[in-house]
Design a protein around this ligand. Sequence first.
Ligand code: ZN
Length: 215
Amino acid sequence: MRLVKKLSLALGSILTLAFCTTTGLAQTADLVELVKLDPTLRLDIRYASDRNFLGFPVYEQARAFLQREAAESLKKVNAELHEEGLGLLILDAYRPHSVTQLMWDRTPPSKRDYVADPKKGSRHNRGAAVDLTIIDLETGKPVPMPSYYDDFSQKAHHDYQGSTELARRNRSKLKELMEKHGFEALSNEWWHYDFKGWEKYPILNKQFSELSQEP
Ligand SMILES: [Zn+2]
């Protein structure tokens, strides 16, 4: 009986995997390239450069994609910032699952609280999470924030009261606008936001170059 149970569990896993893959492929078309939807969004895709915590590029192209609904909400945040002479600077968005695996493999176990476990997948893998900051449109420079991007310390926490008042105000401004338009903050990374309902999007592994082939 035990063997039958094991076999049936294994079969169940295979079927689930097959179902997820099929669903994943069907939903891929909903990934929108952010600058196509809103050409005024600025990008600084750190994982396509060596300016990230790994120190080498893990994306072959500096591009950003999100699920359509999330991308449209982001456009609204950007439009509100424009009224103040500010805008959004996108640091990371959809991330293929293979890259999450690579990040996990290259991160020392003591630092793994900050990277997604590839067994569970990341909200970035679903095209339902974005890393971003605010820039001054006139200078093109990011506004002060309490820490650098991918700072694995207390300084990256929303409740960190150090740094300057201006930096803390900027962090709050970003949070208020993102929450107003359907995103949720993560307590230990001021730059990271999940789009509400992220659970409904499947984990994907399409590379950026493959996405460019789609309409
Ligand atoms: Zn993130």
